[in-house]
Design a protein around this ligand. Sequence first.
Ligand code: AMP
Ligand code: ZN
Length: 492
Amino acid sequence: MELYKTNQLKIYNSLSKSKEVFTPLVEGKVGMYVCGPTVYSDVHLGNVRTFMSFDMVFRYLKHLGYKVRYVRNITDAGHLENDADEGEDRISKKARLEQIEPMEVVQRYTVDFHNTLQKINNLPPSIEPTATGHIVEQIEIIKDILNKGLAYEVNGSVYFDVLKYNETAHYGVLSGRNIEDSIHNTRELDGQSEKKNPQDFALWKKADERHIMRWPSPWSEGFPGWHLECSAMSTKYLGETFDIHGGGMDLKFPHHECEIAQSKVKNGVNPVRYWMHANMLILNGQKMAKSTGNYILPNEIFSGDNTILSKPFTPSATRFFMLQAHYRSILDFSSKALEASEKGYIKLMEAVNNINTIEVSNESSIDIHSWKEKCYAAMNDDFNTPVLIAHLFEAVKYINLLLTKKETISSEDLQHFKTTLNAFVFDVLGLKNDLSDDDSDKLSSVVELLIAMRKEARENKNWALSDKIRDKLLEIGIQLKDGKEGTTFSIN
Ligand code: AMP
Ligand code: ZN
């Protein structure tokens, strides 16, 4: 039986501002959409924290037995410099400055994004659609909103009429802002703004002559507003109403508020059942952000090439550090905090390795079943990874007591213990065991030692021993290759 049938998962819904029991629209299936990166620069660790938080959510839902369709987009057009409706497109600007094609910018940073998330051991989403691949769908939504009278055209651009929408719906339902505070911080250049009201936001913008990313439309050659792509892609792949929508806390307003308004007008229903927002990673007391220069890149952490940390840290230690905070809590990045997490991570991995050497008894003196229940209870309580990790450290304590024979465990319970521990550590938290890589280092050292002994045997013309070493190694899948520079080996 699937685990979701016996586990009552609760999710904090940013819309109702409370924890709600999670019941998907279709039994056994979950549709989840997460706003992806704008691919105009390398992702910093703050971005990675948000994507890792939703990777953990994805992993736990899968672990519970749900079939999850996880859609995470790539923003490759339409996101302007200042998050509002003015300024240059972020990707176009980078392309102009570097004198390359916008799609070269997109390609470069999409590759970087994938590589970085792979290093941190995030699973790929089920679908990764791009904004530029869905211009047609976006134009169709604009036509529909115009037909319904909730948008208007000015000089080839189209704006969403927020005040009119707010007459029958609630603009601000997610962010809690009232309509007066919901002004998109556009620079009102000498009253030249085309908008009827400063709350309105762009659905389509006419491209000026320097704007190189442009598409034909009924209104002008131009490009879609940033918020529109997510409405188009989420509903295209997950339906008019779907289960989970995620993103960083900073996307609540205006991005997600606008998504709700657009989708609601287009389809007449609320698009999202559970809104989830991950909290910010902080550096030097401030939000980590590319625009302020207050950031660190994951690769700088892994290589140690930075001025913030005392030493390099592995992707696993970095992931573990982030999982030690709840996804809805602010997390402060510092060398000290990472050092402490690294110690904890090593302790956990040593225990994961040592569990294999525990000897079984007839009876168990520890209660593995209630420990397991506590692990599930933690994750069922809005994905509480810090509490889960506290229970994993309880498991470390058990393992050490079992190894020193101060406690006992039956064979059946030990099997259960191993399976549960591995499931939470590797499948749910997505950690990798770097310590087992130590074993491959040790293996290499042993082969090097045998190569040296074989060399000695050959120098002593002991061909029988030298051949024996070579042949025996080959039998176990290690091939020696003699070359000018000495002997090398490969492991099959
Ligand atoms: P962007 O590429 O700017 O659209 O950001 C990609 C994702 O990273 C969004 O979900 C943001 O909310 C998130 N994000 C940006 N800065 C931080 C931060 N300092 N901590 C956590 N998440 C962040
Ligand atoms: Zn989005």
